[in-house]
Design a binder for this molecule. Structure first.
Ligand SMILES: [Zn+2]
Length: 454
């Protein structure tokens, strides 16, 4: 395939990490994926992340044709180079040419006709589901679908599962296209309510203890509306959260669009908080977005977070991460924390006065330059999607007082190895902010080392 010059230029600005780089990005552009689902809602996060990642050609087959044109417009605005075929009827799937991978988000007999193509099978229920990849194109994953409960009402739990499965399936697809890392050949069973991830072994999907939850009283602040903030805000808006504050002093750039799915090509140059508001209002017209087009710093931190119930960390640099931790501990605000670099992510939930904080886990702020930033080391597009989804799920659970939180545990996600573990994390009595004799009593200290971006 010979690429038009303009297109190559656009994609060279997406170069994200050495393992993928120009050659890998070109390979993604030349790849074709098949997605089969009942409705667009079932696979919305997956489609956004496949599109953002630069997969060149998507054939999407949906039983319900509702919202086709709007979906097409949004995806093409995220990546104008995408060749997108949206179809309404499931063809027999024989002779599906040049398909590099197929994702099935429901049980379709037709999948059996597709031979020799790696298949990703995903079954979601509220707060949990199954996901597996068959590299040999066999249909073993179909047995997972015996474990579905019908009908499924839309709920916060179902939204979280769709995001988790969608972002994870997008990672599987990229690994297949680039022949990178390990895929999920052992079926994964995930439970986002208790944050448990293991090899599927006869489980069924859980009942939803939060069905019909009303979020009208919840106010969530998301600091940063980039790689982590995008999926977190998108998922919360779809789940029914009506009050969200967004802090970001950046404008949308084309290099953001491989992972920051709230933004789009037509909105480059716009402040991210405005672009995000436009996107979120489309999903949820009555959502209230409070925009803070400012740099989050030690002068304004406490003032901004005071009006919110729960805070989400979507920042892209360590000094601000420490600042946000300290501000939340001092103000007694629960903080859903996550960070991503290259193929890895970590997440924890900080409940001030109860569990460990970020400084308990990582006592010393590294020296400037010791840790590469996302811009320097790159990040796999959908990896922050997984981590931002986990932050959104934790936020709903904190509000509802339900499930097992990532408080006192550190979740570690390895996208290349397809592995998620949650080792225990204890409070450090000598922690400088939440220990017995804290040295940090306000935010007047130095949070200034800046090694990022510019
Ligand atoms: Zn601490």
């Amino acid at each position: 395939m010979i690429l038009p010059k303009e297109q190559i230029k656009r994609y060279m600005r997406h170069i994200i990490m050495p393992e993928i780089s120009g050659a890998g990005q070109k390979k993604l552009l030349e790849s074709k994926g098949l997605v089969v689902a009942d409705s667009a809602e079932d696979v919305l996060p997956l489609l956004f992340y496949l599109t953002a990642s630069g997969i060149g050609h998507l054939q999407v087959i949906l039983k319900e044709k509702e919202g086709f044109s709007e979906l097409k417009a949004s995806l093409l605005d995220l990546n104008p180079d995408l060749k997108l075929e949206l179809e309404g009827d499931i063809p027999v799937l024989r002779n599906t040419e040049n398909v590099n991978f197929a994702v099935f988000a429901a049980d379709y007999e037709e999948s059996k006709n597709l031979k020799g193509v790696p298949k990703i099978f995903s079954l979601v229920g509220p707060w949990g589901g199954f996901l597996t990849t068959n590299m040999d194109g066999s249909n073993d994953g179909l047995s997972l679908f015996g474990k579905a409960k019908e009908p499924r009402e839309c709920s916060a739990g179902l939204v979280m599962s769709r995001f988790f499965a969608g972002t994870l399936a997008a990672i599987e697809a990229i690994k297949i296209c680039l022949n990178l890392g390990k895929t999920l050949e052992d079926p994964l069973h995930y439970n986002l309510l208790d944050m448990e991830f293991k090899r599927a072994n006869g489980e069924t999907l859980p009942e939803d203890p939060l069905k019909g939850m009303d979020f009208s009283d919840l106010k969530v602040l998301i600091v940063g509306s980039g790689g982590l903030g995008s999926p977190a805000a998108f998922a919360l808006a779809q789940a029914g959260v009506k009050n969200i504050g967004l802090v970001d002093s950046d404008i949308v750039e084309i290099s953001n669009l491989n992972r920051q799915i709230l933004h789009s090509t037509s909105r480059t140059g716009m402040p991210k908080v405005e672009s995000a508001e436009m996107f979120l209002k489309k999903i949820s017209p009555d959502i209230e977005i409070e925009k803070y087009y400012v740099q989050f710093n030690n002068k304004n931190a406490l003032d901004i977070i005071k009006d919110y119930d729960i805070v989400i960390d979507g920042v892209d640099n360590l000094p601000t991460r420490y600042l946000l931790n300290d501000a939340c501990v001092l103000a007694g605000k629960p903080l859903a924390e996550a960070a991503v670099l290259r193929f890895e992510g970590i997440a924890m939930t900080i409940l001030p006065g109860e569990g460990p904080c970020y400084r308990c886990a990582f006592p010393k702020m590294p020296q400037a330059g010791a840790v590469p930033s996302c811009t320097e080391a790159g990040v796999l597009g959908p990896a922050p999607g997984v981590m931002g989804t986990l932050e959104a799920a934790e936020t709903v659970k904190i509000f509802a007082g339900s499930g097992k939180l990532l408080s006192g545990r550190l979740l570690i996600f390895d996208a290349l190895e397809a592995k998620i573990i949650t080792p225990a994390l204890s409070k450090n009595e000598r922690c400088p902010i939440c220990g017995k004799n804290p040295a940090i009593k306000d935010l007047s200290g130095n949070y200034d080392f800046v090694c990022e971006n510019n």
